[in-house]
Design a protein around this ligand. Structure first.
Ligand code: CA
Length: 420
């Protein structure tokens, strides 16, 4: 079994099998740079780079790890990602003395995670949000349109999505200000301007694009996965009352664009390979440009927790799984580009809320409380229809291996009161 000279507990999200990339700076000061999480440590790749450990790779001399984003490394492409991952994994192995027995390199390159600040890992050019969970789309459709027309006719033929807002994507830990906007109460003919009273989270995952494609040249479904650098957890905060009034006919706007949170560690697709599984069966068969076979999904357990001001500890309110997604990541990329749209390094494609077949697997309050009609009863007796000021929402996720976990850490954020 693969083992590191660094002690890593079986519950840790960051064993040698994972090696996710992030951008950090030490709390003591210093510039932002790229690191890899291993157990309770961050391995500083800029130090390894300067020590010559990447000299025979495609990123040699490009200083891709001395930057404040992963974009340059993501642009280098899958062959470079593979070379770097091989080198890092070898250096961390228990039976490899190069780093293990080099005390000065070790002390320069290994920093405790407690001693660093994790930054937004990517300079995100464009953010697209899909709607790829059939259970989520069906539940929302039933609530808004009734059982008979729950899914729109296009839904089983294409991965529905919209172009989101990249400027308000924030890293885990950032507080979220309750938005204000136009809201139209059901019993009023006119809208009013107010703070959202139906603030929600959405449990999602997102992928970051590597090389991307030139304008006018689609990415084929067969090539699509080679453009996935890695995955993060996403919380697509949503103001349901603002969304309900504004969304027709062009879709979400201010109901979504005030904030989207992502986890700081980008887990490479290579680390997820052992957890590949088949996605749900697709009926009707998609058009040829969306057709794939085999294991196009991943077994990633996902949980959401809420902790209110008066609560001693976070309480789990949702347990879902990435495997429930109907449309695969490859299908999302093929569809996004089929008309010629170009994707660029650093683009974020989020999955949409990941709900499953069980009540507990509903990935947002809109579904969990059935639009507020069935409030959650928390263990301390408090009710939750929507998020309240002071509530902290934390989403976590991991793949369970035999004696180890490949995890995503967490994405967390706390609700601040609206501006007066
Ligand atoms: Ca969403």
């Amino acid at each position: 079994m693969l083992r590191s000279f660094i002690e890593v507990s079986p519950e840790s999200h960051f064993p040698i099998h994972n090696l996710p990339y992030g951008v950090f700076r030490t709390r003591a000061g210093g510039t932002a740079r790229v690191g890899v999480a291993i157990g309770d440590y961050v391995l500083d790749l800029s130090v390894l780079d300067r020590a010559g450990h990447f000299r025979n790779t495609a990123v040699c001399g490009k200083e891709v790890f001395s930057r404040d984003s992963l974009d340059a490394f993501m642009a280098a492409g899958p062959a470079a990602w593979h070379e770097v991952r091989q080198i890092v994994q070898r250096l961390l192995r228990a039976d490899e003395p190069l780093l293990r027995d080099n005390a000065s390199l070790r002390s320069a390159a290994l920093v405790r995670q407690n001693d660093v600040e994790l930054l937004l890992p990517v300079r995100i050019g464009d953010y697209t949000d899909f709607y790829a969970s059939k259970e989520h789309a069906t539940n929302v459709g039933v609530m808004f349109r009734g059982k008979e027309q729950a899914l729109m006719p296009n839904w089983t033929h294409l991965p529905v999505g919209y172009h989101g807002r990249a400027s308000s994507v924030v890293v885990s830990g950032t507080d979220i200000r309750r938005p204000r906007g136009q809201i139209k109460p059901a019993d009023s003919s006119d809208p009013l301007f107010a703070a959202s009273s139906q603030l929600d989270f959405e449990l999602e995952m997102g992928l970051f694009i590597g090389p991307g494609n030139p304008l006018g040249t689609p990415i084929s479904i067969a090539d699509a996965e080679s453009h996935i650098f890695g995955l993060v957890l996403v919380n697509d905060w949503s103001a349901r009352d603002i969304q309900a009034w504004e969304y027709q006919p062009l879709g979400p706007f201010l109901g979504k664009n005030f904030a989207t949170s992502i986890s700081p560690w980008v887990v490479p697709l290579a680390a997820l390979e052992p957890f590949r599984i088949e996605g749900p069966p697709q009926e009707p068969e998609p058009l040829a440009y969306l057709r794939t076979t085999g294991k196009t999904s991943f077994d990633i357990q996902l949980e959401a927790y809420v902790q209110g001001d008066g609560m001693e500890r976070p309480e789990r309110i949702c347990a879902s799984n990435f495997r429930y997604l109907y449309w695969s990541m490859a299908q999302q990329i093929a569809h996004h580009t089929v008309g010629g749209c170009n994707l660029r390094p650093g683009d974020l494609l989020a999955s949409g809320t990941i709900s499953g077949p069980h009540r507990q697997a509903r990935g947002c309050l809109l579904e969990l409380t059935w639009r507020g009609t069935e409030p959650l009863v928390l263990k301390n007796g408090e009710l939750r229809r929507w998020l309240e000021d002071g509530d902290r929402v934390t989403i976590t996720g991991w793949c369970q291996g035999d004696g180890y976990r490949v995890g995503f850490g967490e994405v967390t954020g706390r609700i601040l009161p609206a501006l007066p």
